[in-house]
Design a protein around this ligand. Structure first.
Ligand code: HEM
Length: 366
């Protein structure tokens, strides 16, 4: 796709794309708001809104003047066009401290990220007042969008951490692969099923959250050298799927549905396989499913000369506690943990959409 809507009840960049249709390039940027009062925060949201309209929608913003309008064609010369760009803005729990008088507007489910058994959180890679997710068809377009966003908002926010993500082209077809070589995204809920798991439709405590969703970002390092030494058979038992086809170990084709009731002892799909723990496929766990929109990252090498690459795990849901945390608790101790280590990320709430050309991001919150 070349463009996504910038106006509507919900922000773009969230809905589960059909396998293989997610934009190929992304950036995840967490920022600290440096504006010191409510008026400054309002200015920041206005600046972000103007830039989203301009960069992702190709639209001018006549009704929302900003202090620092980008009057020219941008800082990097002729642009790549819209190129499938989506810019998605979410707020973290720290925005609701006493700086902006928003303490009583915090959605109850928005907390700092919990630390799980295999985590080794690094403060420099964790949390933030805002998370800005930028996705496009090419890394050139995401980089340019980030540059323009930062230029327009310089006096009101500062980058805390930033990581670039990439997808893989379909190999050989369909779903992209992660850096452990497996197809990733196969079992994502789709269509109305996905929509009912993602969007907040009713919140009596915080009515302003309707049309938003919670996003969890987990930066997960992969120990690729170790992974590359174990057999394909062992790798497949860790995930519960075939590497090449993506089929569940009790099936033949990628989209075959595993039948755990027929295999209670895990002879085909081990009971501690990633897919079986993540989604046991029972009636009781159906509401715990989440929508993944993850990317690969590559940061070069670490001080020991090992590859520093991994997974930007991104999932959307209407309740972090009932969906992400419940799933993560079931995954605690899974065999995959020997090959991966979460080191950053955070919990954020994706603001409801910019309704029309007169609306501003966060208007319901402020
Ligand atoms: C499925 C990889 C972390 C939740 C899968 C699949 C792979 C995979 C290959 C099977 C294909 C698919 O359906 O997409 C990974 C890797 C991870 C990781 C490499 C970390 C480096 C996580 C985390 C969670 C999670 C942190 C949530 C807490 C799920 C879910 C499924 C899944 C819900 C679908 C299961 C199903 O419905 O059958 N993952 N995953 N994954 N993963 Fe992960």
């Amino acid at each position: 796709l070349d463009s996504y809507p910038v106006h509507g009840a919900r922000q773009s960049g969230v809905d589960a794309p059909p396998a293989g249709r997610q934009q190929a390039a992304s950036e995840f940027m967490a920022v600290r708001v440096t504006a010191t009062d409510r008026a400054g925060l309002e200015t920041l949201f206005t600046q972000l809104t103007v830039m989203i309209r301009r960069l992702a929608g190709g639209l001018a913003s006549p009704d929302t003047p900003v202090a620092r309008p980008p009057a020219d064609n941008g800082v990097l010369g002729a642009g790549p066009g819209i190129d499938g760009l989506t810019i998605t803005v979410a707020v973290g729990a720290s925005l609701f401290d006493d700086r902006f008088g928003l303490a009583d507007k915090r959605p109850a489910g928005l907390t700092p990220m919990r630390v799980f058994g295999n985590d080794r959180p690094e403060p420099a890679w964790t949390g933030g007042d805002l998370l800005i997710q930028v996705c496009a068809n090419h890394a050139d377009a995401t980089h340019r969008a980030v540059r323009e966003l930062l230029r327009a908002t310089r006096e009101n926010m500062q980058v805390l951490w930033r990581i670039r993500g990439f997808g893989s082209p379909p190999r050989p077809e369909g779903t992209p692969r992660n850096l452990l070589g497996f197809k990733d995204g196969t079992a994502n809920p789709q269509g109305d099923d996905a929509r009912s798991l993602i969007w907040v439709e009713d919140d009596r405590d915080q009515p302003w959250t309707v049309g938003g969703t919670y996003v969890v970002v987990r930066l997960i390092r992969m120990f690729t050298e170790f992974w590359d030494r174990i057999s394909i058979n062992e790798q497949e038992r860790i995930f519960g799927r075939r590497r090449d086809s993506g089929a569940p170990l009790d099936g033949n084709a990628e989209f075959d549905v595993p039948d755990y009731r027929a295999d209670p002892h895990g002879f085909a799909v081990p009971t501690d396989a990633h897919i079986r723990l993540a989604n046991p496929r029972t009636d009781a766990t159906a509401g715990q499913r989440l929508i993944r929109r993850s990317y690969n990252y590559d940061l070069g090498v670490d001080a020991n000369g090992n590859l520093q690459a991994g997974h930007i795990f991104v999932c959307f849901q209407k309740s972090i506690q009932e969906q992400f945390e419940t799933v993560q608790e079931r995954l605690d101790g899974e065999p995959l943990e020997d090959y991966v280590q979460p080191f950053g990320g955070g919990y954020f709430f994706v603001l409801p959409g910019i309704r029309d050309s007169h609306d501003v991001l966060g208007s319901g919150l402020l």
